[in-house]
Design a protein around this ligand. Structure first.
Ligand code: ADP
Ligand code: MG
Length: 392
């Protein structure tokens, strides 16, 4: 397959001030995004947050209410889908039941022909129609091979497994060699095992094709395993744009903190005093030392975020009572009630705990986060320390 080189120094896709409303309902209030050539970007967010709407705007299946979209430095906002150099793969494979795999794959090429090329008698008499038909077959065979479908070209969709059907949809998207692939939850209809396998195939395909991929999912595990750049959306707004590690280790706000990671992060309402942080009536050991000079700058109430894997059950610490035990093979999740809050703790499953057991919670504060209790925004502790240092 021929590969047109990208201009690596310019963004491949630029989305500027995109607004999308349906009637009076605004789905995307103001979206800005720049994507580099050949990037694999995952859009992650809960159902209804506007992910499909954004992909459909890029594909030209929806018109924005305001804003511009550029692909390869060309303003494509007003261009029809076929002139945009993009291809979209949907969750439902949208294959034609009466067409073979080969014909499904080459269908977009057929759409370019004049209608009379498709009439058998006429096409046989016209050299150009014959040539195009031959070209279509060659091209279909070529892309089918890229997704390992070369031996199934004559089958009908009903004779294929779910994974094979999804590969037909992928091959069809590849037929025009677009520079952008848009994938809208393409694995949702596959069972868990096949999903993991197809996930790996899509990553390999991206590496081989050297095209820009925008991949939409509501599944945080899928996003974290596939993406090098994950954009988290909620209610039509970008919450965070970063690597999986950024999202996990430095969530921008309580939404991202809660959406990424299983079991979900513990978010505790705590009081700030000169002695450190306090949960209900109990001071949290070590918090004064952890916060240092940043302590003086904190609002009186904050949210302490700590993931279940960074809480341990030890001999001393915050006393609590086991409320629930979920054993998951080599791991277990223990819910502990303390000071009116319930925390989840993730441990290896070596020790057995019973409901009602008295335990002590120990926090690994080096992995803890603070968020504002009003906006939910992350409080950057390091930056506050330097700011304090400057004013002192
Ligand atoms: P996601 O893909 O993240 O689940 P969508 O982009 O499909 O979310 O939808 C975002 C919001 O826009 C939803 O509230 C949905 O009901 C609304 N929406 C999407 N398409 C239309 C439409 N054609 N007409 C009216 N509302 C729509
Ligand atoms: Mg969707």
């Amino acid at each position: 397959m021929s590969v047109t080189p990208f201009n690596e120094s310019r963004p491949h896709i630029e989305i500027n001030g995109i607004v999308k409303s349906f009637g009076g309902h605004t789905v995307l209030p103001d979206l800005n995004l720049s994507i580099a050539p050949g990037e694999f970007v995952v859009l992650l967010g809960p159902s209804g947050c506007g992910k499909s709407t954004l992909l459909r705007l890029l594909a030209g299946l929806e018109e924005p209410s305001a804003g511009r979209i550029r692909i390869n430095q060309r303003d494509i906002t007003d261009l029809p889908p076929r002139s945009r150099d993009v291809a979209m793969v949907f969750q439902s494979y949208a294959l034609y039941a009466h067409l073979s795999v080969a014909d499904n794959i080459s269908f977009p090429l057929r759409m370019r022909n004049p209608w009379y090329y498709e009439i058998p008698l006429i096409s046989r008499l016209m050299p150009e129609a014959r040539r195009r038909k031959q070209e279509r077959r060659t091209r279909a065979a070529e892309v089918a091979k890229a997704v390992d479908l070369q031996n199934l070209l004559h089958r009908k969709p009903r004779e294929l497994s779910g994974g094979q059907r999804q590969r037909v949809a992928l091959a069809r998207a590849m037929i025009h060699d677009p520079s952008v692939f848009l994938m809208d939850e393409p694995l949702s209809n596959l069972d868990a095992q096949l999903r993991a396998q197809t996930r790996a195939e899509i990553i390999r395909l991206h590496q081989r094709l050297k095209r820009t991929f925008i991949y939409v999912t509501h599944d945080q595990i899928e996003a974290m395993t596939m993406g090098t750049r994950v954009i988290v959306m909620n209610q039509g707004r970008i919450q965070q744009d970063g690597t999986p590690d950024d999202l996990y280790d430095a969530p921008a706000n309580t939404f991202v903190a809660g959406f990424v990671g299983t079991p979900a992060i513990n978010l505790l309402s705590v009081k700030v005093s000169a002695a450190g942080l306090q949960l209900g009536g109990s001071p949290l050991a070590g918090t004064r030392e952890w916060l240092g000079s940043a302590l003086a700058d904190l609002p009186p109430d904050v949210l302490l975020g700590i993931r279940p894997e960074y809480v341990a059950l030890g001999q001393s610490g915050l006393p609590g009572r086991v409320d629930l035990v979920e054993r998951l093979g080599t791991e277990q999740v223990i819910s502990v009630v303390t000071e009116g809050a319930t925390l989840r703790v993730k441990l290896d499953s070596e020790r057995r705990y019973q409901i009602g057991n008295q335990v002590f919670l120990e926090f690994d504060l080096s992995r803890a986060h603070l968020f504002r209790s009003d906006s939910g925004a992350r409080i950057e502790l390091a930056r506050q320390e330097t700011a304090l240092g400057k004013t002192a």
